[in-house]
Design a protein around this ligand. Structure first.
Ligand code: C2E
Ligand code: CA
Ligand code: CA
Length: 582
């Protein structure tokens, strides 16, 4: 702290309270080389000054006998005020008897009048200030043994002190986290882990030396740094990357950094570092970015997400989550025929309005809450299938989305089965869509789960096929029943030759696997005709309908029923004609 203050040209402030001008002058002369000095002529004036700028005063030199408000009274007032009772007071007196009384009132030391040698006075002031500052700071261990950086409590306390002295100074809060640090420990041992932490701390302090950096380690692998503001951090952390690469043979120790620039001086240091941490967490697992900056939008987004997480239970209880249905049509016949539907969730939030799944599914996938939502959707979908069966005597299979997180749930299969049972359905009624990327991420464990589900009779549709990075080898061994082609192929199919070729390729793969292909995102007739020509079996998209609420979807069922009836009648008529001819 002392070093920091010196390099910053920071000086402590001493308040001299004495009614006699000559005393004020003498003390002013003694102190002015080492301290900022303020003066008050009596207790009342001093008290007002203290209330106004208490944080800037490191020490009070107090005369006892003064008009208006004497030293004793001021001591008493200071003592009973929580903001002022930690400012040390040195009493200046010529009477020994006054010493005891002022000690009881909280004075820390005495200077006798007539004044001692200037050096003595200075030494006393310095000692008392130091004592008090240390007393308030060293409540907890001040340094982290491993890195030599400050501990969290000391770090924040320290920032507060700096801020008190240097209010207009622009500063940045930096949070650094080492990704997958536990892996380093597990794979290379604790010693290497410790070395990485130590080197991270040291290197950061070196890199920011010119920026007056103070640092602390908060948790195992998280560091905070408080530095003078700079506009541009381009390349600022390159040195750390190199340093870490050197200390071990580990090819890639990755760190991520969140920066809150120009921190709000009215906010507490804790809040400032919360902000930097939000930025830091934002790029967790993002291999393309090492540094992120805090912004208002980011904070709003974070709050929004918190809100959604908060409201999920009420949403499920109050049925604010609604399941929409989008029809799928078989297109290879004379006219398109409704074959099934996909259940897609929406959140009709009572205050935030309609929220699309793109806004909450990835969030809930990242924290596991998706399981709740998915189970809800499966139940609702099953309930709806049953209701349509009863009301319209129409059996329509519905595909539900199974998130990659659900795969890990040991109860997945039993949950699905009991949902079916409750509604008198079979696995033929509820198809399961699993996105391709889940296959490439989870590999064998997913294949096991899928195989078990298929043994129970469930049909698995591989969703978004072509968006992941499945190897040809994997695709040929994978257990699936339907390929759903990724929407982006369809979108570009008629725009560029390559996409059209890719669509052809997907068709070939499907033929090889002997499974039908569903094309998603079909929006116009041209796309439909092209896909029909290529041999695509089923189509889902705005061309037929957007996802709609159950009541609206019932119209499709009725129309289809009508169609069915007509074609059956037609068939009957033809048969009759044939028989008559014979
Ligand atoms: P997805 O499973 O690939 O679903 C298809 C998405 O494409 C849906 O978006 C659908 O509304 C949209 N779509 C359908 N036809 C067209 C079209 O012709 N043009 C365009 N531009 N879009 C079309 P939605 O409903 O917003 O859902 C987005 C994603 O959210 C879904 O992608 C799925 O990954 C996820 N999702 C939706 N509901 C659930 C759910 O209940 N559980 C889980 N785990 N994920 C869900
Ligand atoms: Ca889907
Ligand atoms: Ca899809």
């Amino acid at each position: 702290m002392e070093d920091f203050r010196k390099t910053m040209g920071l000086r402590r402030r001493v308040l001299v309270v004495d009614d006699e001008m000559v005393n004020r002058e003498i003390l002013g002369n003694i102190l002015e080389n080492d301290y900022e000095v303020s003066f008050a002529e009596n207790g009342r004036q001093a008290y007002e000054m203290l209330l106004e700028c208490r944080l800037h005063v490191s020490l009070v030199l107090l005369d006892l006998l003064m008009p208006e408000m004497d030293g004793f009274e001021l001591l008493q007032l200071m003592n009973s005020n929580d903001d002022l009772n930690n400012i040390p007071v040195i009493v200046m007196t010529s009477e020994e008897s006054a010493e005891v009384r002022s000690i009881k009132l909280g004075a820390s030391d005495f200077i006798t009048k007539p004044y001692d040698m200037p050096e003595v006075i200075l030494a006393r002031c310095e000692r008392i200030i130091e004592l008090y500052e240390n007393k308030s700071i060293i409540r907890s261990a001040e340094k982290d043994d491993l890195t030599g950086l400050y501990t969290r409590e000391f770090f924040f306390e320290y920032i507060r002190k700096i801020e008190n002295f240097f209010e207009d100074h622009a500063s940045d809060a930096i949070v650094l986290n080492i990704e997958h640090f536990h892996m380093i420990n597990e794979m290379y041992g604790r010693e290497v882990g410790d070395a990485v932490l130590r080197r991270t701390g040291l290197t950061m302090m070196d890199l920011f030396e010119s920026q007056e950096c103070i640092g602390c380690r908060t948790e195992a692998d998280t560091f905070f740094f408080y530095v003078n503001h700079r506009d541009d951090y381009t390349g600022a952390f390159d040195g750390l990357h190199e340093e870490l690469a050197q200390i071990s043979k580990m090819p890639n120790i990755r760190f991520r950094i969140g920066i809150y620039q120009n921190v709000d001086k009215h906010a507490s240091p804790e809040v400032c570092f919360d902000h930097a941490k939000i930025a830091c967490d934002r790029i967790r697992g993002d291999y393309t970015r090492r540094v992120a900056y805090y912004s208002k939008e980011l904070s709003d987004r974070e709050l929004y997400h918190e809100r959604l997480i908060n409201d999920i239970n009420a949403g499920i209880e109050n049925k604010d989550f609604v399941v929409y249905f989008q029809p799928k049509y078989a297109i290879q016949g004379v006219e398109p025929r409704l074959t099934s539907a996909e259940a897609l969730i929406r959140w009709n939030h009572p205050e935030l309005g309609m929220i699309s799944p793109g806004d909450f599914i990835p969030l809930f996938e990242s924290n596991g809450l998706i399981q709740k939502v998915d189970n809800y959707v499966w139940s609702e979908a099953a309930r709806q299938i049953k209701a349509w069966k009863e009301e319209y005597d129409y059996e329509i299979p519905v595909s539900v989305n199974v998130s990659r997180i659900d795969i890990y749930d040991p109860e997945l299969e039993s949950n699905l089965l009991s949902i079916l049972e409750e509604n008198g359905l079979t696995p033929d009624d509820l198809l399961l869509e699993i996105t391709e990327s889940a296959y490439s991420e989870n590999g064998n464990s997913l294949i096991e789960v899928v195989e078990s589900l298929r043994e129970k009779g469930f049909k698995i549709e591989m969703d978004d096929f072509g968006s992941g990075y499945s190897s040809l080898n994997m695709i040929t061994t994978i257990p699936i029943d339907v390929l759903k082609m990724d929407m982006k192929f369809i979108r570009n199919m008629l725009k560029d030759e390559k996409s059209l070729k890719l669509v052809g390729l997907v068709m070939d793969i499907a033929k090889f696997l002997n499974v039908p292909v569903v094309a998603e995102g079909v929006e116009d007739e041209k796309q439909l005709i092209t896909l029909k020509d290529i041999g695509c079996d089923v189509i889902q998209g705005y061309y037929f309908s957007r996802p709609v609420p159950p009541a609206e979807f019932a119209e499709f069922l009725l129309t289809e029923k009508e169609k069915k009836k007509k074609s059956e009648e037609e068939e009957l008529r033809k048969n009759r004609e044939r028989i008559e001819k014979e």
